[in-house]
Design a protein around this ligand. Structure first.
Ligand SMILES: [Zn+2]
Length: 213
């Protein structure tokens, strides 16, 4: 029997009652009627805070494609070893409140960890400061659950810091997730290179072949 990859799961918006359409594996549902994002946790739909980054690279409005990124405010406590100042990637990701913001690409599920890691790393490495848009845009599907994304924060932290600190294994640290939300990051199609490029700094790329994988 041929395996069917896509099936429609009937769900109703917890805010307005409108039927939601979702494909199997999709983690975040958007209500087109009341513009609410919903997250399915233990069989219950909860309202998920969603924001959209304002593009800083100008394109025609219809050219922007918003990719879902989980965004976490993270506190990292160090118990011994190197001073925090040594963490160059950290200082980039650190915001004014003294906590770090981590972004984890949600376009794929954990079966495709390589793509999640690569895309998140590219984004975190240049760590763009972006303004938020007040508009609601159509967002691409998110296949990575919030819990999986939280687990990946540490791996992304390690792979970023591993480039600058040799003796990372000797450092004791504790990662605490303070808050989570979803941010739509605008991308646009770079036809010459056949990639989607972020519309914030143009540095994070997603090859077209990896999109909607
Ligand atoms: Zn609704």
């Amino acid at each position: 029997m041929k395996k069917q990859n896509i099936c429609i799961i009937p769900l109703k918006c917890s805010q307005c009652g409108m039927e939601l359409q979702a494909v199997e594996g999709e983690q975040v549902y958007y209500c087109n009627n009341c513009k609410t994002a919903l997250y399915l946790k233990d069989g219950e739909l909860e309202v998920l805070p969603v924001e959209f980054a304002l593009p800083s690279i100008e394109r025609e409005k219809e050219e922007y494609v918003f990719f879902p990124f989980w965004s976490f405010l993270v506190d990292i406590e160090f118990f011994a070893g190197l001073k925090q100042e040594r963490f160059t990637q950290f200082s980039l990701a650190r915001n004014k409140q003294g906590v770090w913001q981590y972004h984890v690409a949600g376009l794929w599920g954990t079966d495709d960890f390589g793509y999640i890691n690569r895309t998140s790393n590219l984004f975190m490495r240049f760590c763009p400061q972006y303004k938020l848009s007040s508009n609601f845009y159509p967002m691409q599907k998110c296949f990575l659950s919030r819990e999986e994304a939280e687990d990946l924060v540490e791996l992304i932290f390690l792979s970023l810091e591993n480039e600058t600190i040799v003796s990372l294994s000797k450092i004791n640290y504790k990662i605490k997730i303070l808050s989570s939300k979803m941010v739509g990051i605008p991308f646009y199609l770079d036809r010459e290179k056949d990639v989607y490029r972020d519309a914030l700094g143009g540095k994070t790329i997603v090859p077209v072949s990896l999109f909607n994988k």
